[in-house]
Design a protein around this ligand. Structure first.
Ligand SMILES: Nc1ncnc2c1ncn2[C@@H]1O[C@H](COP(=O)(O)OP(=O)(O)OP(=O)(O)O)[C@@H](O)[C@H]1O
Ligand SMILES: [Mg+2]
Length: 233
């Protein structure tokens, strides 16, 4: 069987004024359906840039992302958006919750915009329960702790049972307890629903939660021993 997600020779350079900042310099890898892959690497190595490309949120300068047989670059903006909403659950590093909506609506909005039509209320409540959010559903983001906000963001990403979960530092600002809740939930969702999970993390302990680790450095995928921050035990 072919790969479910394929990154093929991705290049991306940002232009700041007259200066070119290369972020990805030819990144290729493939991920099988149902794999839980973690992506590690130093700050600035291109992880978030890769996250945006994998999710079809920005376009590569060259190279391509193929997900479940679809090449993002050949899709129209509307098709790309539709595919994103249907197939991918995103967890952003900075939560990206809507400040005027309570937790319940922040989670439900993912169901509303997905167009999947499968608004399983039992699943909604179960996710909230597993993430310890049941008593916080009427709170707005400003009335939630950082850990709770991150758990709401994760509930929003998972509530549609997406085929793919992309998470950028989902435990970045969390204490050990909250990190464990988030990691266990990602693992459980991956196992129960056969979801393909790509998780970016700085934390070697968190990285071990996955089936396999991809190491990045200076916009490249490198071997583990080339990653200066990585100390295998
Ligand atoms: N919007 C942008 N405009 C210009 N340069 C950017 C932009 N976003 C990222 N960069 C640059 O691209 C490179 C890769 O950034 P990226 O955010 O992908 O790294 P990262 O691995 O996610 O880092 P971190 O671990 O700190 O989140 C960095 O040199 C960064 O300064
Ligand atoms: Mg980043």
């Amino acid at each position: 069987m072919g790969a479910f997600i394929e990154a093929i020779d991705l290049h991306k350079t940002y232009r700041v004024g007259k200066i070119d900042v290369p972020a990805l310099r030819g990144v290729s890898f493939s991920v099988q359906k149902g794999e839980f892959v973690t992506i590690v690497g130093p700050s600035g190595s291109g992880k978030s840039t890769l996250f945006y490309l994998l999710g079809g949120l920005t376009r590569a300068d060259s190279g391509k992302v193929v997900m479940d047989g679809d090449d993002f670059a050949t899709l129209s903006d509307a098709e790309r958006t539709r595919m994103r909403k249907r197939k991918i659950g995103f967890v952003f590093q900075k939560f990206n919750l809507l400040p005027t909506l309570d937790a319940r609506s922040n989670i439900a909005i993912a169901q509303e915009i997905s167009g999947n039509g499968d608004r399983d209320p039992t699943f909604f409540l179960r996710i909230c329960d597993l993430l310890g959010l049941s008593k916080r559903l009427n709170h707005r983001p400003s009335e939630l702790s950082g850990g709770e906000q991150q758990r709401v963001a994760l509930a929003r990403a998972l509530v549609n049972k997406p085929a793919v979960v992309l998470a950028d530092e989902p435990t970045g600002n969390l204490d050990t307890e909250n990190s464990n809740i988030v990691l266990k939930m990602l693992r459980q969702s991956n196992q129960e629903l056969g979801q393909t999970v790509l998780m970016i993390t700085h934390n070697p302990e968190a990285a071990k939660f996955g089936d396999r680790i991809i190491h990045m450095r200076d916009g490249h995928v490198v071997r583990p021993e080339e990653d200066p921050q990585w100390s295998p035990h």
